[in-house]
Design a protein around this ligand. Sequence first.
Ligand code: HH2
Length: 281
Amino acid sequence: MTKTLLCGRFTLDLSRPLVMGILNATPDSFSDGGRFNRLDEALRRAEAMLAEGADILDVGGESTRPGAPYVSPEEELQRVLPILEKLRDIGAPISLDTRRASVMREALRLKAVDLINDVSALEDEGALEAVAASRAAICLMHKQGSPDTMQDRPDYQDVVAEVGAYLQRRVRLCLDAGIVRERLLADPGFGFGKTLEHNLALLGRLDEVERLAGAPQLVGLSRKSMLGVITGEETPAERLGASVAAALESARRGAAVIRVHDVKATRQALQVWSALQKSLR
Ligand code: HH2
Protein backbone atom coordinates (compact mmCIF):
# COMPACT_ATOMS: atom_id res chain seq x y z
CA MET A 1 0.00 0.00 0.00
CA THR A 2 1.09 3.57 -0.71
CA LYS A 3 3.28 5.31 1.87
CA THR A 4 2.90 8.89 0.74
CA LEU A 5 -0.12 11.15 0.35
CA LEU A 6 -0.19 13.69 -2.47
CA CYS A 7 -1.89 16.49 -0.60
CA GLY A 8 -2.24 19.66 -2.67
CA ARG A 9 0.93 21.71 -2.21
CA PHE A 10 2.45 19.00 0.04
CA THR A 11 3.64 15.41 -0.19
CA LEU A 12 3.13 13.73 3.17
CA ASP A 13 5.05 10.75 4.48
CA LEU A 14 2.62 8.16 5.85
CA SER A 15 5.21 5.91 7.47
CA ARG A 16 4.13 7.23 10.88
CA PRO A 17 0.59 8.26 11.84
CA LEU A 18 -0.15 11.93 11.15
CA VAL A 19 -2.11 14.13 13.53
CA MET A 20 -4.91 16.24 12.08
CA GLY A 21 -5.92 19.10 14.40
CA ILE A 22 -9.58 20.15 14.34
CA LEU A 23 -10.29 23.87 13.81
CA ASN A 24 -14.01 24.49 14.01
CA ALA A 25 -15.19 27.62 12.23
CA THR A 26 -18.65 27.46 13.73
CA PRO A 27 -19.74 30.66 15.56
CA ASP A 28 -19.88 28.99 18.97
CA SER A 29 -16.31 27.72 18.64
CA PHE A 30 -14.71 31.17 19.01
CA SER A 31 -15.02 33.41 22.01
CA ASP A 32 -16.54 36.69 20.85
CA GLY A 33 -18.40 38.34 18.03
CA GLY A 34 -16.20 40.59 15.88
CA ARG A 35 -15.03 39.14 12.60
CA PHE A 36 -11.42 40.18 13.08
CA ASN A 37 -11.31 38.82 16.59
CA ARG A 38 -12.62 35.53 15.26
CA LEU A 39 -10.06 35.43 12.48
CA ASP A 40 -7.20 36.26 14.81
CA GLU A 41 -8.34 33.63 17.22
CA ALA A 42 -8.55 31.03 14.46
CA LEU A 43 -5.02 31.88 13.38
CA ARG A 44 -3.76 31.69 16.97
CA ARG A 45 -5.38 28.30 17.45
CA ALA A 46 -3.96 27.05 14.17
CA GLU A 47 -0.45 28.17 15.16
CA ALA A 48 -0.83 26.63 18.59
CA MET A 49 -1.87 23.29 17.13
CA LEU A 50 1.10 23.31 14.74
CA ALA A 51 3.44 24.11 17.64
CA GLU A 52 1.93 21.15 19.52
CA GLY A 53 2.73 18.85 16.63
CA ALA A 54 -0.25 18.84 14.27
CA ASP A 55 0.64 17.70 10.74
CA ILE A 56 -2.60 18.88 9.09
CA LEU A 57 -5.28 21.42 10.11
CA ASP A 58 -8.92 20.54 9.43
CA VAL A 59 -11.21 23.57 9.04
CA GLY A 60 -14.95 22.95 9.23
CA GLY A 61 -17.91 25.36 9.04
CA GLU A 62 -20.77 22.92 9.53
CA SER A 63 -21.25 20.64 12.52
CA THR A 64 -22.32 17.15 11.49
CA ARG A 65 -23.25 16.15 15.02
CA PRO A 66 -26.66 14.45 15.32
CA GLY A 67 -29.27 17.22 15.71
CA ALA A 68 -26.92 20.06 14.67
CA PRO A 69 -28.78 23.06 13.14
CA TYR A 70 -28.91 23.50 9.34
CA VAL A 71 -26.25 25.76 7.85
CA SER A 72 -26.76 27.13 4.32
CA PRO A 73 -23.91 26.77 1.79
CA GLU A 74 -23.61 30.58 1.75
CA GLU A 75 -23.20 30.72 5.49
CA GLU A 76 -20.73 27.83 5.46
CA LEU A 77 -18.63 29.72 2.88
CA GLN A 78 -18.80 32.93 4.92
CA ARG A 79 -17.45 31.02 7.89
CA VAL A 80 -14.61 29.15 6.21
CA LEU A 81 -13.30 31.32 3.35
CA PRO A 82 -11.79 34.12 5.51
CA ILE A 83 -10.15 31.54 7.75
CA LEU A 84 -8.74 29.61 4.79
CA GLU A 85 -7.33 32.83 3.35
CA LYS A 86 -5.76 33.66 6.70
CA LEU A 87 -4.19 30.19 6.96
CA ARG A 88 -3.03 29.96 3.35
CA ASP A 89 0.62 30.70 4.06
CA ILE A 90 0.91 29.01 7.42
CA GLY A 91 3.22 26.38 5.95
CA ALA A 92 1.16 23.28 6.76
CA PRO A 93 -1.45 21.35 4.78
CA ILE A 94 -4.98 22.70 5.21
CA SER A 95 -7.96 20.36 5.06
CA LEU A 96 -11.53 21.55 4.52
CA ASP A 97 -14.28 19.52 6.15
CA THR A 98 -17.27 19.94 3.85
CA ARG A 99 -19.80 17.81 2.00
CA ARG A 100 -20.96 20.49 -0.44
CA ALA A 101 -19.68 20.71 -4.00
CA SER A 102 -20.28 24.48 -4.15
CA VAL A 103 -18.21 25.04 -1.00
CA MET A 104 -15.44 22.77 -2.34
CA ARG A 105 -15.32 24.68 -5.65
CA GLU A 106 -15.09 28.13 -4.03
CA ALA A 107 -12.52 27.03 -1.47
CA LEU A 108 -10.33 25.17 -3.98
CA ARG A 109 -10.26 28.32 -6.11
CA LEU A 110 -8.39 30.08 -3.29
CA LYS A 111 -5.51 27.60 -3.60
CA ALA A 112 -5.43 27.40 0.19
CA VAL A 113 -6.92 23.91 0.56
CA ASP A 114 -4.79 20.78 0.24
CA LEU A 115 -7.29 18.15 1.31
CA ILE A 116 -11.05 17.86 1.06
CA ASN A 117 -12.46 15.96 4.03
CA ASP A 118 -15.95 14.85 3.00
CA VAL A 119 -18.22 12.97 5.42
CA SER A 120 -20.42 12.22 2.37
CA ALA A 121 -17.59 10.70 0.28
CA LEU A 122 -18.26 13.04 -2.71
CA GLU A 123 -21.95 12.10 -3.01
CA ASP A 124 -23.04 15.71 -3.54
CA GLU A 125 -23.61 16.43 -7.23
CA GLY A 126 -20.48 17.94 -8.78
CA ALA A 127 -18.24 17.13 -5.80
CA LEU A 128 -16.29 14.40 -7.60
CA GLU A 129 -15.63 16.74 -10.54
CA ALA A 130 -14.60 19.60 -8.25
CA VAL A 131 -11.96 17.46 -6.53
CA ALA A 132 -10.83 15.78 -9.76
CA ALA A 133 -10.14 19.20 -11.29
CA SER A 134 -7.85 20.11 -8.38
CA ARG A 135 -4.63 18.73 -6.87
CA ALA A 136 -6.19 18.26 -3.46
CA ALA A 137 -6.25 14.96 -1.63
CA ILE A 138 -9.67 13.60 -0.67
CA CYS A 139 -10.87 11.76 2.41
CA LEU A 140 -13.90 9.57 1.63
CA MET A 141 -15.95 8.85 4.75
CA HIS A 142 -18.69 6.29 5.26
CA LYS A 143 -21.94 7.17 6.99
CA GLN A 144 -25.32 5.49 7.17
CA GLY A 145 -28.25 7.91 6.79
CA SER A 146 -28.09 11.67 7.29
CA PRO A 147 -26.68 13.43 10.39
CA ASP A 148 -30.09 14.36 11.84
CA THR A 149 -31.41 10.78 11.88
CA MET A 150 -28.35 8.54 11.52
CA GLN A 151 -28.20 7.46 15.16
CA ASP A 152 -31.90 6.45 15.26
CA ARG A 153 -31.44 2.81 14.36
CA PRO A 154 -28.16 1.97 12.62
CA ASP A 155 -28.41 -1.44 11.00
CA TYR A 156 -25.84 -3.72 9.33
CA GLN A 157 -25.53 -7.46 8.63
CA ASP A 158 -21.73 -7.22 8.72
CA VAL A 159 -20.55 -3.71 9.47
CA VAL A 160 -16.90 -4.23 8.45
CA ALA A 161 -17.79 -5.84 5.12
CA GLU A 162 -20.45 -3.24 4.31
CA VAL A 163 -18.39 -0.19 5.25
CA GLY A 164 -15.38 -1.68 3.43
CA ALA A 165 -17.42 -2.38 0.28
CA TYR A 166 -18.87 1.16 0.28
CA LEU A 167 -15.42 2.73 0.62
CA GLN A 168 -14.11 0.45 -2.12
CA ARG A 169 -16.87 1.70 -4.47
CA ARG A 170 -16.12 5.35 -3.66
CA VAL A 171 -12.37 4.78 -4.17
CA ARG A 172 -13.11 3.16 -7.55
CA LEU A 173 -15.23 6.16 -8.56
CA CYS A 174 -12.35 8.51 -7.77
CA LEU A 175 -9.82 6.40 -9.66
CA ASP A 176 -12.15 6.31 -12.67
CA ALA A 177 -12.42 10.11 -12.53
CA GLY A 178 -8.62 10.38 -12.77
CA ILE A 179 -7.82 10.97 -9.08
CA VAL A 180 -4.70 8.90 -8.43
CA ARG A 181 -4.65 6.51 -5.46
CA GLU A 182 -1.89 8.53 -3.76
CA ARG A 183 -4.47 11.33 -3.29
CA LEU A 184 -6.96 9.12 -1.46
CA LEU A 185 -7.79 8.52 2.19
CA ALA A 186 -10.78 6.52 3.46
CA ASP A 187 -12.56 6.70 6.81
CA PRO A 188 -15.02 4.25 8.42
CA GLY A 189 -16.90 7.21 9.93
CA PHE A 190 -17.03 6.45 13.65
CA GLY A 191 -20.36 7.51 15.12
CA PHE A 192 -21.96 8.26 11.76
CA GLY A 193 -24.89 5.82 11.79
CA LYS A 194 -23.18 3.26 14.06
CA THR A 195 -23.86 1.78 17.48
CA LEU A 196 -21.09 1.30 20.03
CA GLU A 197 -20.76 -2.32 18.86
CA HIS A 198 -20.44 -1.22 15.22
CA ASN A 199 -17.78 1.35 16.16
CA LEU A 200 -15.79 -1.18 18.18
CA ALA A 201 -15.92 -3.75 15.37
CA LEU A 202 -14.62 -1.15 12.91
CA LEU A 203 -11.82 -0.02 15.22
CA GLY A 204 -10.82 -3.59 16.08
CA ARG A 205 -10.72 -4.56 12.40
CA LEU A 206 -9.39 -1.30 10.95
CA ASP A 207 -6.73 -3.19 9.00
CA GLU A 208 -9.48 -5.17 7.26
CA VAL A 209 -11.41 -1.98 6.42
CA GLU A 210 -8.21 -0.55 4.93
CA ARG A 211 -7.62 -3.65 2.84
CA LEU A 212 -11.17 -3.59 1.49
CA ALA A 213 -11.16 0.16 0.84
CA GLY A 214 -7.77 0.13 -0.85
CA ALA A 215 -6.74 3.44 0.72
CA PRO A 216 -5.00 4.53 3.94
CA GLN A 217 -7.38 5.21 6.81
CA LEU A 218 -8.21 8.50 8.50
CA VAL A 219 -9.94 8.00 11.85
CA GLY A 220 -11.99 10.43 13.91
CA LEU A 221 -12.73 9.22 17.42
CA SER A 222 -11.72 12.31 19.39
CA ARG A 223 -14.22 13.17 22.19
CA LYS A 224 -16.96 11.21 20.39
CA SER A 225 -20.07 10.05 22.20
CA MET A 226 -19.04 6.38 21.96
CA LEU A 227 -16.21 7.30 24.34
CA GLY A 228 -18.81 8.89 26.61
CA VAL A 229 -20.84 5.68 26.56
CA ILE A 230 -17.79 3.59 27.49
CA THR A 231 -16.50 5.90 30.24
CA GLY A 232 -19.74 7.46 31.50
CA GLU A 233 -18.17 10.90 30.91
CA GLU A 234 -20.87 13.21 29.58
CA THR A 235 -18.74 16.27 28.81
CA PRO A 236 -16.84 15.85 25.50
CA ALA A 237 -13.86 18.00 26.62
CA GLU A 238 -13.42 15.67 29.62
CA ARG A 239 -12.84 12.64 27.39
CA LEU A 240 -9.12 13.27 26.86
CA GLY A 241 -7.88 9.96 28.28
CA ALA A 242 -10.43 8.01 26.28
CA SER A 243 -9.57 9.96 23.11
CA VAL A 244 -5.84 9.32 23.51
CA ALA A 245 -6.46 5.62 24.11
CA ALA A 246 -8.59 5.48 20.97
CA ALA A 247 -5.92 7.32 18.97
CA LEU A 248 -3.22 4.89 20.12
CA GLU A 249 -5.34 1.88 19.29
CA SER A 250 -6.02 3.37 15.84
CA ALA A 251 -2.28 3.80 15.32
CA ARG A 252 -1.62 0.22 16.38
CA ARG A 253 -4.14 -0.94 13.79
CA GLY A 254 -2.51 1.05 11.01
CA ALA A 255 -4.37 4.37 10.86
CA ALA A 256 -2.55 6.87 8.64
CA VAL A 257 -4.20 10.07 9.90
CA ILE A 258 -5.80 10.67 13.29
CA ARG A 259 -8.26 13.58 13.58
CA VAL A 260 -8.20 15.11 17.06
CA HIS A 261 -9.09 18.11 19.20
CA ASP A 262 -6.22 17.57 21.67
CA VAL A 263 -3.07 17.68 19.57
CA LYS A 264 -0.43 17.83 22.29
CA ALA A 265 -1.59 14.82 24.30
CA THR A 266 -2.16 12.75 21.16
CA ARG A 267 1.26 13.63 19.73
CA GLN A 268 2.99 12.67 22.98
CA ALA A 269 1.21 9.32 23.14
CA LEU A 270 2.10 8.59 19.53
CA GLN A 271 5.75 9.55 20.14
CA VAL A 272 6.02 6.99 22.95
CA TRP A 273 4.35 4.36 20.78
CA SER A 274 6.60 5.14 17.78
CA ALA A 275 9.75 4.96 19.94
CA LEU A 276 8.72 1.51 21.14
CA GLN A 277 7.94 0.40 17.58
CA LYS A 278 11.40 1.51 16.48
CA SER A 279 13.14 -0.26 19.34
CA LEU A 280 11.36 -3.52 18.47
CA ARG A 281 12.53 -3.48 14.86
N1 HH2 B 1 -16.12 13.48 12.49
C1 HH2 B 1 -16.68 14.71 12.59
C2 HH2 B 1 -16.46 15.65 11.60
N2 HH2 B 1 -15.71 15.37 10.51
N3 HH2 B 1 -14.38 13.87 9.30
C3 HH2 B 1 -13.83 12.66 9.17
N4 HH2 B 1 -13.07 12.37 8.10
N5 HH2 B 1 -14.01 11.68 10.12
C4 HH2 B 1 -14.76 11.90 11.23
O1 HH2 B 1 -14.92 10.97 12.05
C5 HH2 B 1 -15.36 13.18 11.40
C6 HH2 B 1 -15.14 14.15 10.39
C7 HH2 B 1 -17.51 15.05 13.78
O2 HH2 B 1 -17.94 16.31 13.59
P1 HH2 B 1 -18.62 17.25 14.61
O3 HH2 B 1 -19.63 16.46 15.32
O4 HH2 B 1 -19.09 18.45 13.92
O5 HH2 B 1 -17.52 17.64 15.67
P2 HH2 B 1 -15.98 18.01 15.53
O6 HH2 B 1 -15.75 18.65 14.22
O7 HH2 B 1 -15.72 18.91 16.70
O8 HH2 B 1 -15.26 16.70 15.64
